[in-house]
Design a protein around this ligand. Structure first.
Ligand code: C5P
Length: 226
């Protein structure tokens, strides 16, 4: 059973001018791990990556983007192509998308003397919330009660799974090679996983998607995923 995966990864950059931007320290490791795991299982995978310095996993088609709006456009194009096929389509959104962008990007480098010290920002689109017609897997990186926030995001964005983690926990968060996550499903169930490598978490997310596609996910199945 081949599935179709579209995975976003890494940060986005929101330019102020050609040499300055707003971004975050996401390395893209989690998304690249999901893409690699899905390709290893024989699925068709497109990875939509923000600016990162990782090499493309074997068997994965990669599209590089810069801003959140570029990322949304690439995901929508991939989704509409994927929906015309027969495979179940999974959108796995691991990207740390910048929530805000400067209202205007200057065409040339701003001069220090001409900058007022005030930068006007506007909201970026929420890619995960916006797209539809596919199964959706989201991430919730929190600094507090990750499970409560994940349950809220699951409802608000219509997700099939939220992978929640407390980014302040040891061995978790941006740049780490490991992560401690909780799988939160739309029924509110929360299944904590042990501390695992991002590769191992990627493999479990792909397993979840395969089980969902077969209609197999229930509390007993989830109980066995750790
Ligand atoms: O609401 P919050 O940003 O915490 O949600 C995190 C989830 O939503 C992640 O899966 C992230 O990839 C996705 N997201 C998105 N577009 C945004 C913000 C977040 O796709 N603008």
């Amino acid at each position: 059973m081949e599935l179709r995966f579209i995975v976003t990864a890494g940060p986005t950059r929101e330019h102020i001018d050609p040499v300055r931007f707003i971004s975050n320290p996401s390395t893209g490791r989690m998304g690249f791990a999901v893409a690699a795991a899905a390709a290893r299982r024989g699925h068709a995978v497109t990875l939509v990556a923000g600016p990162v310095s990782l090499s493309t996993p074997r068997g994965v088609r990669r599209i590089d983007v810069v801003s959140a709006r570029d990322m949304l456009a690439a995901v929508e194009e991939e989704l509409s192509a994927a929906r015309s096929g027969r495979a179940d389509v999974f959108f796995v959104s691991t990207a740390a998308v910048a929530d805000w962008r400067p209202r205007r990007m200057a065409a040339s480098k701003l001069k220090k003397a001409s900058m007022s010290g005030i930068l006007e920002l506007v909201r970026n689109p929420d890619i995960l919330k916006t797209v539809g017609g596919c199964r959706k897997i989201g991430f919730a990186a929190e600094t507090g009660d990750a499970v409560a926030e994940a349950r809220r995001k699951c409802r608000e964005k219509g997700l099939d799974l939220v992978v929640a983690n407390d980014v302040t926990a040891q061995g978790a968060g941006f740049g780490a090679r490991t992560n401690r996550v909780v799988f939160v499903t739309p029924d509110g169930a929360a299944r904590p996983l042990p501390l695992l490598s991002k590769a191992a978490i990627g493999a479990r997310i792909v397993k979840f998607c395969e089980a969902l596609s077969r209609g197999d996910v229930d509390s007993q199945w989830l109980g066995g995923i750790g």
